[in-house]
Design a protein around this ligand. Sequence first.
Ligand code: 1HE
Length: 257
Amino acid sequence: MAKETRTTKTGKPARFAPGLPPSLAAKRRGAIAIVTLKRPQKRNALNDTMVEGLAAFFQALPKDIRAVVLNGEGEHFSAGLDLSELTERNTAEGVEHSASWHRAFQHIEFGRVPVVAVLHGAVVGGGLELAAAAHVRVAEKSTYYALPEGTRGIYVGGGASVRLPRLIGVSRMQEMMLTGRTYGAEEGQAMGLSHHLVGNGKGLAKGIELAGRIAEGDPASGYVTESLMAAIAQGSDEAKARLKDFLEKRGKKVLRG
Ligand code: 1HE
């Protein structure tokens, strides 16, 4: 794939994703965008600014971007929620805060393009929730996973209660939360937390390779989502006839049993 950087008429590199906070960085390589959590001094702990920045980034992706790689700078992918922001919130503010994560991560999971998360070091709490919102996960050997929420006296709030059971089951997730257990990269791979396991320092190249394959594919066939299944189902002659039956009063009503 071309290592392309778009340029303006004056030959300067075009600004990509202007307006991102300094704790996020984005660049493009052809049809791939790479977005990086860039707060290594706080182990990429996710504060409100970063979560809002991610939401804005995924909503404003240029039309010609066909896949995104998400990674983290420094020793860890993400230490999860920025705990220093938590202490000041009351219950109502906590509800809105959690909802803001839901909205942001929905822009990742249900956005226009597939997202490949490249994981290393700590992928814990909200960091694991963020990784779970991606479509493909590449883990380096240094990766470890945990849900320390129980240990901190709090609860997952970024969609993990829905997304993680789909990956590892309710029972394992409960156990992770109850005991604060940590799973290593190999265990995570075996239980479905990652799709690819690579050596340390090799994750980004693998992530870019996979995103490149995704970008070259036909989005309509490569990105099998519920909406695609719905479109296929409703396109059949059988479905059209059944819907017509109902609308013309021949179909059964859904009555109480
Ligand atoms: C932080 C955070 C954070 C680091 N919020 N500031 N997440 C956790 O419970 C994980 C908490 N973090 C850790 O266990 C460790 O920091 C790590 C294992 C990830 C990394 O250890 P280490 O030795 O490399 O770094 P450190 O010295 O612990 O941290 C460096 C700095 O980052 C330090 O700040 P400093 O000002 O003293 O330099 C830490 O305080 C800061 N830091 N992690 C705030 N998480 C939507 S609900 C989701 C709920 C959750 O995510 S709960 C899980 C929270």
